[in-house]
Design a protein around this ligand. Sequence first.
Ligand code: KIV
Length: 270
Amino acid sequence: MSAQPDTVRRITVPDLRARKGGTPIVSLTSYHAHTAALVDKYADFILVGDSLGMVMHGMDSTLGVPLDLMIMHGKAVVRGTQRALVVVDMPFGSYEESPDVAFRNAARVMKETQCQAVKLEGGARMAETIRFLSDRGIPVMAHVGLTPQSVNTMGGFKVQGRDEAAWAVHVDDARAVAEAGAFAVVVEGVVEELADRITEAVDIPTIGIGASRKCDGQILVLEDMLGLNPRPPKFVKVYGRLGPMIEEAVKSYADDVTARAFPGPDEVYK
Ligand code: KIV
């Protein structure tokens, strides 16, 4: 009998990679320790997404998110979790310039947060960087289709692949990142048939968001599915009513304070 306390085994990159075509991969974003601890029980991987710029910090897009902020939230999520693989997003401007710059910044993310992998956006154009990082011990999750860091180039957060003529480019992007060594690829905001073609075309798990049920896994922004975002994207199924619940709780608290109705120290400390 071991004298060691039971420890929870964390899901690894090869575990996730091996789920291609298997049981669907469950994933959510999380940006802070307490929610990460709850998500950890059910998710195979947790993404510390750069969507935190919009969700946590009220930005209009993800473009203004600095690397230090990703590292700060990444540390919190790793501290809050034991089981799920933690992936941290590389923010805009931290990896596109060259494989060397990407390696320097991704290595910082891995060292300082102790996460297990990074995610970066882009298809064929990022293949060289993905190979450079994964050959040097940094597992990379890729992200194709609607890539929010390219919002200005795309002219908005637009569903991709409405025009069938563009499908080949997206499929080639997914193939390029898989061949370069990405262990999984997020497929965001593309028409369903294109998402299905991408899933068939690559031998790594596809993680859908606003894409297709047939992807190898799904991801949602936690706050969207919890009902905290008053205007969630159309494809989001809302599983909770946290926004109204928080408002109700805050109102009850304000009413208690106003009426001096909360318990006093003599009742609490006895
Ligand atoms: O930043 C993020 O949360 C993401 C997911 C939406 C995939 O990239």
